[in-house]
Design a protein around this ligand. Sequence first.
Ligand code: HAM
Length: 432
Amino acid sequence: MAESFQAPKGTRDILPPESGRWQALVAVFAGVVGRAGYGLIQSPLFEDIGVFQRLGEGTEVVRKEMYDFHDKGNRHLALRPEGTAPVVRAFNQHRPTVPWKVWYLTPCFRYEEPQAGRFRQHHQVGLEAIGSPDPDLDVEVIALQHDFYRALGLNHLSLRLNSMGNPHDRRAYAQKLAAWLDRRRDHLDEADRVNAADHPLRVLDSKRERTRVAVADAPLITDCLSEGAATHFERVQAGLDALGIAYRIDPRLVRGLDYYTHSTWEFAAGNLASAQNAVGGGGRYDGLAEALGGKPTPGVGFGAGIERILMAADAENALLGDAGGLDVFVVDVTGGDAGRDLTFELRRNGISADRAFDNRSMKAQMKVADRSGARLALLVGDDELASGSVTVRDLRSGGHQTALTRGDAVAGVAERLAGNESMRTESTEDLA
Ligand code: HAM
């Protein structure tokens, strides 16, 4: 036998019926953000590696986890590790009118050590709003993310919010923190010392106990905000208060990506382990368009991990999906012509229908019909063929049967699905 293959380490196949929950999740997302004026963006899954390198060398995703390669034309490319940089690259390229509001559904590729809820290919729904520095736009973006989770039925989430200030504040704070860390170098966990000078904000976020104790009274960004940044942050908080969105200010919230200015936030699921409880995060990135070679243009957005959201939904018994979306299963034991034609007649009239193949026995086909989760079975046997009729069997209420003429089949099925029992019947019997 030839060698067989498995999905690569850290990746998964998403199969039905689980994929049905994905579709439901994406439909909810598209509805929530579509009603707010966001349009879908589709851009290439790979970009010039520079697009991602400009996210900053302090970003682990960029430094250590990139899936990069040279193509046959020797271009250095990378699979997208996240969704924001490609959107900003597209913004710079096309110069659309602002504010430009777009949403996406995308796989993201990060060479991480796989574990529960952490994959090398994960998937995000997200949005970006580019072109306005208005703090009310931060509020809109956070509120849409909040409303999306609510619409899914997730109720046990918490929101942490921080401000990184303007780029000057952020730089000044990083220097101050680096100097402070330098004086306490010996108290830090050894693994964190390497970061203390070049990436001091990372140290603040360390999960290592020794470091956590050492940085307990480190200076906080929220104490270093310029007047403009403080006013921006207050306006964001007032907006969330007005919209009834609960949050906790966490001056130690440091997100993994380095481009953030002003608002940054993360939603966490209360019922997942802390290593993978982030179900989405976002923030403002007022310097990114410029870093990618465009005109200085502010932006704000979020990304939310689909796998994580589904894990949180499992823990809350939310978004269980519709068991059996199928309306009709067609069973034909007369050779297949009637089954083929009826199935398409139903589908072309907006009724979901499936059928059995391979000309199997009535018993075998009924087994498949029962498993399909369909509400009704349409049966065509020799008697029906001879009399120009079809038999409708209700698969969910003990097999209640009615007969319809062949010409009335689609209309009769539609009425039955709509719950209208007044349909014309020629004979009625209850099966035991
Ligand atoms: P991020 O926090 O790196 O932000 O990722 C967003 C979300 O993707 C996370 O909160 C988590 O739910 C999910 N996620 C990230 N890595 C993995 C992984 N390895 N396995 C499973 N799920 C994962 C961003 O990507 C930014 N682009 C968000 C953003 C948009 N900021 C502004 N606009």
